[in-house]
Design a protein around this ligand. Structure first.
Ligand code: AMP
Length: 250
């Protein structure tokens, strides 16, 4: 009985002491410091270090065994198309699906739709108007940069980057054409580096005949989504290219 009483009194005294220390600390610099550190790490949990801006060659999406379906709005131009603008961490990992409370809302980007149909074409089957692809990209990647770019800002940033990084024009000026011939990957990468001033990363896939081909080009962009930067880290893996790859027609 006596021991129980002593223990509960002791616990209450300890609790009282903790409360008084906390209430004193609330006014102190130390409490302010702890609060700052906590707030910063909470917000950084959703933050990111840079973007990958990824463009895709439609000919290489379509001539694979999975094939493709042109969007309901018609065959996309014979040009690289946007795959996505992806927030990434310097350690190579990336955040995804950061905010289920901010779903894709096409009414926010109605002024961009015709440019998206042209530059961010959906090629998956069944044929659709593009919304499925764009909403996937926004919800998986875009929501992780919403502290910097709202939905309109996100899609607009990607479209502006597409006109800044005109891959087809850069490659064609270097004599690299989508003509079904093979080109050396290091020559493709050098041409792009000379064209934009930064080193790209190249990913390949395989056509129905088993040939490796130029599939996607990654460049890095600062957290504002507007300026190209050197990539802090390249994607993991080797991009599945052989030293020379096909550049198929589309
Ligand atoms: P992500 O999840 O953003 O890394 O992108 C991969 C997904 O995007 C896969 O499901 C692909 O099939 C899809 N995807 C890639 N390119 C296209 C495209 N041009 N049209 C539709 N879906 C695509």
């Amino acid at each position: 009985m006596g021991t129980k009483f002593n223990r509960s009194v002791l616990i209450k005294l300890l609790l009282l002491q903790c409360l008084s220390v906390l209430s004193e600390a609330q006014d102190s610099d130390f409490f302010y410091f702890v609060q700052q550190v906590t707030d910063t790490s909470m917000s950084e949990a959703q933050d990111f270090d840079f973007f990958y801006f990824v463009q895709q060659w439609p000919g290489s999406y379509c001539d694979t065994s999975q094939s493709c379906c042109y969007p309901t709005t018609g065959k996309p131009p014979s040009d690289f198309g946007i795959h996505g603008l992806w927030p990434n961490y310097k350690n190579g990992s990336y955040p995804s699906y950061c905010d289920p409370d901010n779903p894709y809302d096409e009414s926010e980007i109605s002024d961009l739709i015709s440019s998206m149909q042209e530059n961010w074409a959906s090629l998956s089957c069944p044929s659709n108007n593009g919304s499925t692809f764009w909403s996937h990209e926004w919800e998986k990647h875009g929501t992780c940069s919403e502290s910097v770019l709202d939905q309109h800002g996100y899609f607009q940033a990607a479209l502006k980057l597409k006109s800044k990084v005109d891959l087809l024009q850069i490659l064609q000026s270097a004599g690299i054409n989508p003509d079904g011939r093979n080109y050396t990957v290091s020559v493709i990468a050098s041409a792009i580096r000379d064209g934009i001033g930064y080193t790209p990363w190249i990913a390949c896939n395989v056509d129905v005949a088993g040939n490796r081909q130029l599939y996607e080009v990654y460049v890095c962009v600062d957290t504002s989504g507007s300026s190209l930067i050197e990539c802090p880290v390249f994607p993991q893996g080797d991009g599945k290219c052989t030293s020379s790859v096909e550049f198929p027609a589309f």
